[in-house]
Design a binder for this molecule. Structure first.
Ligand code: ATP
Ligand code: MG
Length: 551
């Protein structure tokens, strides 16, 4: 600035320009030299293994090693440098520690852990290091990305506007998920958590949404079952499965969701929509706790390390909807958490609930009643999905939620054998039909028009005359009627526009006729049974509302 001012005083025009040119040249030279600069690694900086524990090793003699740098051990074993002390480095091993011995050589790589990404991974089952587990040979991916990357900046993000249909009525209508959202699935053991995620993946089959299923710390048989289901239904073709099994090193379980996120992120950054499922983060948190305790980091609440919130938030922050300038892709995350005795206020569940944009809570008592998927609508919520939900749903969802909530209250009350007035009995009968309609078998996703037709019929109380055990067939009749509506109405049902009153009337009428025809085809005995369908159930099985509510 001073030089420029002096020159301007002496000779305003040409001299100023030449000085500016000289400064620019100097800067260009510097930029070139900076680009050519590479940190000089010692030709072969080699350390030695001092001691080995389950999943970690202590290494001496690597003074220049960086935090989270990838280190190579003999026999193809790798590790990540974690604790950097003056007298040594603690390394998290990404594989079996058994063959490793004190005194063996450790080599620096000068880079952080990365993973193969790209379309070549679709249809493959790999471990977090990108090694194939499906026996189909090497994964021929040309690109690699670091497993840890900064989340997209705020200005690179766009609002969530597109729905991600799961094909499950209870979720699409009452807890809608948008593309770019993070929705937690939490429930006790064996309550159908994985099934919801697999259904969601299966329903992306003609939508162009790519999927990544990351299995962490599960039994090999459970993973094999999930993969077999995806393959059988043709869903593996657009899915990448990343697996760290229960008996793998804790280091592998720790990096698995990060590697899966980078794979999904690559798709998102190339402008595509991705759905990523982390099944489940409870196992991930446990693996990290195990590592932290071995690394002698101070334990905090429930013996988890202090940064357990941070390791999950920095991963889930990477799920977003990018704006048009960044390609407009999106990553929708469905992390899964296993609770114990429905305790959603334990440490890891509360962390994840506060990180995500909503949660789908599964109830073991509903599961025991045979209400599947066992979604407990009360504590389940989606904080951004409502904005992305198709307008046709919005018109029916609020009435449905209200009627269902009222029913749940009344049902608990009716269990005590109280004499009920007609209106209450009718509300309970209506509620039971809502519950029956919200149930759905596995791997049978329903199209948007069929869902809307059933929900409209429910709101108009058309199912109330149908015996409870015939609800599945009655629903199928309405589904068929929804397929048969004129094309332009079908397009409006599946589209983004709100339905007009006339549209709604037309669909409700079609459903009314379908149900009337269905009932007329029934034997006279079952119709008589339909008139008093709920009496025998009034003192029936234990009800979900009666379970101790622990929030
Ligand atoms: P885990 O805690 O072991 O991971 P999970 O919560 O993931 O279990 P799933 O494995 O998804 O539960 O499901 C448990 C069982 O319930 C499975 O046998 C599955 O077939 C069954 N199931 C889940 N959802 C449904 C459904 N909608 N209809 C019928 N059966 C279902
Ligand atoms: Mg599971």
């Amino acid at each position: 600035m001073r030089g420029e001012a002096l020159v301007t005083a002496a000779k305003p025009g040409a001299a100023a320009a030449s000085l500016q040119g000289a400064v620019r040249d100097a800067f260009d030279g510097m930029a070139e030299r900076l680009q050519a600069f590479r940190p000089q690694l010692l030709p072969r900086e080699v350390g030695t293994v001092a001691s080995v524990f389950t999943g970690i090793a202590r290494v001496h003699g690597l003074p220049g090693v960086g935090f989270e740098e990838l280190l190579l051990f003999p026999g193809g074993l790798s590790g990540i440098a974690f604790n950097l002390d003056e007298d040594g480095v603690d390394v998290v091993l990404l594989g079996d520690h058994a063959p490793l011995q004190a005194g063996q050589e450790v080599q620096r790589t000068g880079r952080v852990m990365d993973v193969a990404v790209g379309d070549a991974l679709l249809g493959r089952v790999i471990d977090p290091l990108g090694r194939p587990l499906d026996g189909l040979g090497r994964v021929a991916a040309s690109e690699r990305l670091p497993i840890e990357r900064p989340a997209p900046a705020i200005m690179d993000r766009a609002p969530v506007t597109e729905p991600l249909q799961t094909g499950l009525k209870v979720i699409d209508a009452l807890i809608p998920i948008g593309r770019g959202q993070r929705e937690l699935i939490l429930g006790d053991r064996q309550t159908g958590k994985t099934s919801i995620a697999i259904d969601a993946i299966f329903n992306q089959r003609d939508t162009g949404v790519l999927c990544v299923y990351c299995a962490i710390g599960q039994r090999a048989s459970a993973v094999a079952k999930a993969v077999a289901r995806l393959r059988e239904k043709g869903a593996l073709a657009y899915t990448v499965v990343v697996v760290a099994e229960g008996n793998d090193a804790p280091g592998l379980a720790y990096i698995a969701p990060y590697a899966a996120t980078s794979i999904a992120e690559h798709f998102m950054e190339s402008g595509r929509d991705v759905l990523i499922v982390y099944d489940d983060l409870t196992h991930h948190a446990r693996a990290y706790r195990e590592l932290s305790l071995l690394l002698r980091r101070p334990p905090g609440r429930e013996a988890f390390p202090g940064d357990i919130f941070y390791i999950h938030s920095r991963m889930l922050e990477r799920a977003t909807h990018l704006n048009g300038e960044r390609g407009g892709g999106s990553m929708t995350a469905l992390p899964i958490i296993e609770t114990e005795a429905q305790n959603i206020s334990a440490y890891i569940p509360t962390n994840l609930i506060s990180i995500t944009d909503g949660q789908i809570v599964l109830s073991p008592s509903l599961f025991a009643l045979g209400v599947l998927p066992a979604v407990d609508v009360g504590p389940s919520v989606s904080r951004v999905g409502g904005k992305a939900q198709r307008a046709a749903y919005r018109a029916v969802a609020s009435d449905l939620k209200l009627a269902y909530a009222q029913f749940e209250e009344l049902e608990t009350f009716a269990r005590f054998g109280a004499r009920l007035d007609d209106a209450t009995r009718q509300s309970i009968a209506h509620g039971r039909r809502i519950r029956a309609c919200l149930g759905q078998p596995e791997l049978s996703p329903m199209s948007v028009p069929a869902q809307i037709a059933i929900l409209l019929a429910l709101n108009a109380a058309l199912f109330d005359g149908v015996p409870l055990d015939r609800m599945a067939e009655a629903q199928r009749a309405v589904e068929d009627a929804a397929q048969a509506v004129p094309d332009e109405l079908g397009a409006r049902l599946a589209g983004v526009q709100a339905l007009t009153d006339a549209d709604r009337e037309q669909i409700t009428e079609a459903a009314r006729q379908a149900i009337a025809t269905f009932l007329a085809d029934q034997e006279p005995g079952s119709i008589a049974h339909a008139a008093e369908p709920d009496r025998e159930k009034a003192s029936g099985p234990p009800l979900p509302g009666a379970a101790p509510a622990q929030r």
